[in-house]
Design a protein around this ligand. Structure first.
Ligand code: NAD
Length: 245
């Protein structure tokens, strides 16, 4: 058991919840960030406690700088340290390029790109003080391949991969590893919105011939967080059943 502290953004459901629970099984105390209803976040807190670890739920919009600073302070006040930051919070506002409203573009960039920037920036000083840390950013394979109808989301997710490499270079000398994970098609509330025809089309593109589970992403996060990944930084690991090669 590792006896370390992790913060997972957007952790009240879906991939974020799976990451929080997987890290708890590995011995991390976990701060569960949420932006919507507190009830679901508190359920995740209870699940983590049932695994024998400590947990708190912290409300914060990752796109708001003051809220992010307060969130990092709350984690350090509660647990005394912060070893692993997982930037998982994300939204979609899909539309074709010519129909996409500026507001739809900005909302996605604010949460999915600026949010990752703000959280990485806010956690850096604490990790430098500790002389160690792991930052894991959840991107997407569409940030590598592009995807019709997702100009905003693809711009953000490609940006996350670029920021991951840059932060990895800046922070390597401080013993802080920064890596990204690019999920393929994972069954969560986010992807439940897609119609059956589109789901079938996507399935046909996946060599392993099945959709991914949130737990598949959580296991990859757990690897990047571990000492086993100590010599890996600046990388983007695709967890996509071979969908994008
Ligand atoms: P989800 O919609 O189920 O969960 C996203 C979580 O982020 C929610 O709990 C939501 O409340 C939270 N969130 C949204 N905006 C926030 C904000 N401003 N501040 C704090 N929290 C906020 O989605 P998911 O499928 O679990 O996705 C998790 C991550 O994985 C996202 O970054 C998503 O882009 C990425 N991803 C998902 C898939 C997939 O197939 N599901 C594929 C590639 C990448």
């Amino acid at each position: 058991m590792v006896n370390k502290v992790a913060l997972v953004t957007g952790a009240s459901r879906g991939i974020g919840r799976a990451i929080a629970l997987e890290l708890a099984t590995k011995g991390y105390d976990v701060a569960v960030n949420f932006s919507g209803s507190e009830g679901k976040a508190q359920e995740v807190v209870k699940e983590i406690e049932a695994l024998g670890q400590q947990s708190i739920a912290i409300q914060a919009n990752v796109a708001n700088e003051d809220a992010v600073k307060d969130m990092i302070k709350a984690v350090v006040d509660q647990f005394g340290r912060l070893d692993v930051l997982v930037n998982n919070a994300g939204i979609t506002r899909d539309n074709l390029l010519m129909r996409m409203k500026v507001d739809e573009f900005e909302q996605v960039i604010d949460t999915n790109l600026k949010g990752v920037f703000l959280c990485m920036k806010a956690v850096t000083r604490q990790m430098m003080k500790q002389k160690s840390g792991k930052i894991i950013n959840i991107s997407s394979v569409v940030g590598i391949s592009g995807n019709a109808g997702q100009t905003n989301y693809v711009a953000a997710k490609a940006g996350v991969i670029g920021m991951t490499k840059t932060a990895a270079k800046e922070l390597a000398a401080r013993n802080i590893n920064v890596n990204a994970i690019a999920p393929g098609f994972i069954t969560t509330d986010m992807t439940d919105q897609l119609n059956d025809e589109l789901k079938a089309q996507l399935l046909a593109l996946i060599p392993l011939a099945k959709l991914g589970e949130a737990a598949d992403i959580a296991k990859a996060v757990s690897f990047f967080a571990s000492d086993d990944a100590g010599y890996i930084t600046g990388q983007t690991l695709q967890v996509d059943g071979g969908m994008v090669m």
